[in-house]
Design a binder for this molecule. Structure first.
Ligand SMILES: [Zn+2]
Ligand SMILES: [Zn+2]
Length: 236
């Protein structure tokens, strides 16, 4: 959406972000809401698709990931992929708010306590400078507001600058992020339970690497919250 369209959209009567048709409340009309690729039926531990709801898939029963749960309500396909790209590459902050609202729904509805704080997956400072902002922080900011949780921006840092994950195979992705994150705060200053926020989970290697850093710093429980899971990629 261009700037003029964005202003008209913000000032006019409530309109659906995707089809521009009138909508009562929320940012999508009921038709577009129903056409979204989610909520998915997935393993609560790793987010792999399942035929029916279950707390863990076969892989997680034998070889669980380091994080304790993964909430990832949408599939990474139209129109969610377009919304994520609009946020990431066009700095479309309205799309950011909409994506966050899709992630808030299952978090509000769930049983059990929420984590104590939200940590966005950081970008390398050089990538953040060139993009102007971090899309995960943008989503995390909305989640923090909606769930009344603090967003801790400066606890983790990406200190190695490597090729973008999207250009790599599953094995390369894992090598690319191993050791790419480190703590920016002293051990023991982190809450006992946190949620790591990312826009998309593909192979899981990014959230895997960040979780290992947090757990080695004494965090007991790490949840992963991402808007979408890219399906069918090798190694997912
Ligand atoms: Zn619509
Ligand atoms: Zn699983």
């Amino acid at each position: 959406m261009g700037l003029a369209g964005l202003l008209a959209w913000l000032q006019g009567p409530p309109r659906c972000y995707l089809c521009l048709g009138r909508c009562g409340k929320g940012m999508l009309c009921p038709v577009c809401r129903d056409s979204l690729p989610g909520p998915r039926v997935a393993c609560q531990r790793c987010g792999r698709p399942l035929a029916r709801p279950a707390p863990a898939c076969g892989t997680c029963l034998s070889r669980p990931p380091p994080y304790d749960s993964l909430c990832c309500p949408m599939e990474y396909r139209f129109p969610v992929d377009q919304l994520i790209q609009a946020l990431k590459f066009n700095a479309d902050l309205v799309a950011g708010g909409l994506l966050a609202s899709l992630l808030v729904e299952p978090l509000v509805d769930r049983n059990g306590p929420l984590p104590q704080a939200i940590l966005p997956i950081p970008l390398h400072p050089r990538r953040q400078r060139s993009r102007g902002f971090n899309q995960s922080s943008e989503i995390a900011r909305h989640l923090g507001k909606a769930l009344c949780l603090p967003v801790l921006e400066d606890c983790l840092e990406r200190w190695r600058h490597d090729p973008p994950q999207s250009s790599l195979t599953a094995l390369q992705r894992r090598r690319n992020v191993n050791g790419a994150y480190r703590l920016r705060t002293r051990k023991g200053r982190l809450p006992e339970s946190v949620a790591l926020v990312d826009d998309v989970v593909t192979t899981g290697s990014t959230v895997d690497a960040a979780t290992r850093v947090l757990k080695s710093a004494g965090v007991r429980r790490v949840e992963v919250w991402a808007v979408a899971r890219a399906m069918g990629a090798p190694g997912t």
